[in-house]
Design a protein. Sequence first.
Length: 403
Amino acid sequence: MTTAQGPLAGLKVLDLSIIVAGGTASSLLADFGAEVVKVERPGSGDPLRNWGPFANGVSLWWKVHSRNKKSITLNLGTPEGQGVLKKLAAQADVLIEGFRPGAMENWGLGPDDLHKVNPKLVMLRYSGFGQTGPYKDRPGFGTIAECMSGYINMTGFPGTAPNLPPIPLADEIAGVFGAMAGMMALYHRDASGNPDAKGQVVDVSLFEPLFRLCIPHITMFDMLGINRERVGNNFPDAAPRSLYQTSDNRWLGLSATSQSTFESLAQAIGMPDLITRPEFKDNAARLENRDELNVELQGWLGQRDLKETIDNLVPAGAVVGPVYDAPQIMNDPHYQAREDIIEIDDPELGKTKMLGVIPKFSETPGAVEHAGPTVGEHNQHIYSSWLGLDKGELAEMSEQGTI
């Protein structure tokens, strides 16, 4: 086994979650050195393994999302498996689970049970609607969370249906919030200097983190009666900000939502009169006349190709950038310089490119040691190093269906 590096080296994490949300939290922790042990159902493993596309019969979702993690199998539905999980939890700093509220308690693995064997354990609990409230027992995937967060109602163009994102957005944002919350709980446990400081339970729903990012949404309605609606590619509270098409049929994002950036843009495109024209003189005026302003900008941008546009506007201080697809990202020198795309050698896939470790640490950077493991690949290593079990004991557990 490789030696972990990064600021979280030495941190032990048990990940009992499935699919995306909890796995995003543990993936971030694993990138920065935590020993993340993915606890999977014997035989089938995490359902994420069934998400395509596949290469050599292996899910690419799994290979990236579960990189740096170690896989063990354990049947949590049996008393034997529940007993083993308690022994593992006694060795862990963080436990992540994503079952419906009440499931862990029914197995005798709820917070009270686990804190009896490890009072310092931090437990991240993922569910669609949280551990409390009238909807707590509803099944919940990220799609429903996105809809009920208020975010989806704002996506799309006026007069059209709202748009769902093409990624599991609510799950991934909940994963980021969970990783952050887990580190907060660990800080509270460890930074006080109190040797008796305990762990705690962090209740992470799928809908609330995305709701939290719709920052003034509720306050605007409460104070001003503004119910945010769909505005396409525009930003409702500042202008200009949209997508524009260049003469070579490329798309470009442009944002000039502060007065100084708008004035820099107007000078860069040779239209300084935009600054003094009453309909564009300040943000309030630009919002009221946003469509007319977009026509003016599209007229200039539509006469130039993407390269000429970037070459002219960026040196002048305008905030612009191209809309990239995957090959354009892979060929971009800035992505390459920041090592945002790395290549690893995987036993099942061979040479494989994937996203790098983000963000960048100056003193304790993270690393990608390996892609997602096979089901139970680390049974012997983890059960031996954490619990001291030998091969004979593992073989017996396997025969019993415990692992």
